[in-house]
Design a protein around this ligand. Structure first.
Ligand SMILES: N[C@@H](CCC(=O)N[C@@H](CS)C(=O)NCC(=O)O)C(=O)O
Length: 225
C-alpha cells in the first residue's frame, strides 16, 4: 500500500490521536502523519475532512475521512482484518471517563473544585483496577496477551495521567492502590505499537502548564459573553 493512501491529521499530545496511531501500528500500516497546530488555527484539510466537529484525529483512507477516535480504531480493525485483531465482540467504554477526569483537573482553578476532580480521577482508577482483574484474567493486557480495544481506549490517556500527577504533585496510580494497573501501564507503554507515540511525561507536563491557563481563560471569557 502506498504511504499516501492513509493519512492521519493529529497532534503529538492528543490522546485521541494516539489511539488512532496505536491501532495503525498494531496493523503494521504505513501512514502519513500530518501535525495540526491547533493553536495556530485549523488547516483547510481538517476543516474539509471533519466539517461538523473540526476536531482531530481524522483518518483519511484514500479519499474517505473517518472521525472520532474509537470509531477510527474500529474502522482500522475492520478494514485491515489480516493484522492482529483489536476489537472484542462487545467493546466496553471505560476509557472515556478517565480522560474526561484528567482534563477537568487541569480546567479547575479553585482548591475545592480541584480536590473534587482529583477524587473523581481516583475513583476512576480504582474502577479500572477492578475491571483489569476481570478482563485480563492474569494476562498482561485488558485484551489478554495482546493489546485490545480497551487497552487503547484507556492507555492512550496514560501520558496525560502522568503529566496531571506531575503538574499537581499527586499520585493516583500507585503500587499500593492499583498494583495491576501500574504493571499494565508499564507493559503498555513499552509495547512496540505504543512506545513511539506515547508522549514524554516531562514534555507533556510543560505543554500542560502552558495549555491549561489558556484553556481556563478561554472558558472564563466564553462564560461572560
Ligand atoms: N470525541 C473525539 C474527541 C476529539 C478531540 O476532542 N480532539 C481535540 C484534540 S485532543 C480537538 O480536536 N480539539 C480542537 C477543538 O475542539 O476545536 C474523539 O474521540 O476523536
Amino acid at each position: 500500500m502506498a504511504t499516501s493512501e492513509v493519512k492521519v491529521l493529529g497532534s503529538w499530545s492528543s490522546p485521541y490521536v494516539i489511539r488512532t496511531r496505536i491501532a495503525l501500528h498494531i496493523k503494521s500500516l504505513n501512514y502519513e502523519f500530518i501535525e495540526e497546530k491547533l493553536s495556530e488555527g485549523k488547516s483547510q484539510l481538517l476543516l474539509k475532512s471533519n466539517p461538523v466537529y473540526k476536531k482531530i484525529p481524522v483518518l483519511i483512507h484514500g479519499d474517505k475521512p473517518v472521525n472520532e477516535s474509537l470509531i477510527i480504531v474500529q474502522y482500522i480493525d475492520e478494514t485491515w482484518p489480516s493484522g492482529p485483531s483489536i476489537l472484542p465482540p462487545d467493546p466496553p467504554s471505560l476509557g472515556f471517563g478517565l480522560h474526561i477526569s484528567t482534563k477537568s483537573i487541569g480546567m479547575t482553578d479553585g482548591e475545592e473544585a480541584k480536590k473534587a476532580a482529583i477524587g473523581q480521577l481516583e475513583e476512576g482508577v480504582a474502577l479500572m483496577e477492578e475491571a483489569f482483574g476481570k478482563c485480563s484474567r492474569g494476562k498482561a493486557f485488558f485484551g489478554g496477551d495482546e493489546i485490545g480495544f480497551l487497552d487503547i481506549a484507556f492507555g492512550s490517556c496514560l501520558g496525560w495521567l502522568r503529566a496531571t500527577e506531575k503538574m499537581n504533585g499527586i499520585k493516583v496510580m500507585d503500587e499500593g492502590k492499583s498494583p495491576a494497573l501500574v504493571n499494565w501501564a508499564e507493559c503498555f507503554c513499552c509495547h512496540a505499537a505504543v512506545k513511539d507515540v506515547m508522549p514524554d511525561t516531562d514534555k507533556l507536563t510543560e505543554f500542560g502548564k502552558m495549555l491549561f491557563p489558556k484553556l481556563r481563560a478561554a472558558a472564563a471569557a466564553a462564560k461572560t459573553r
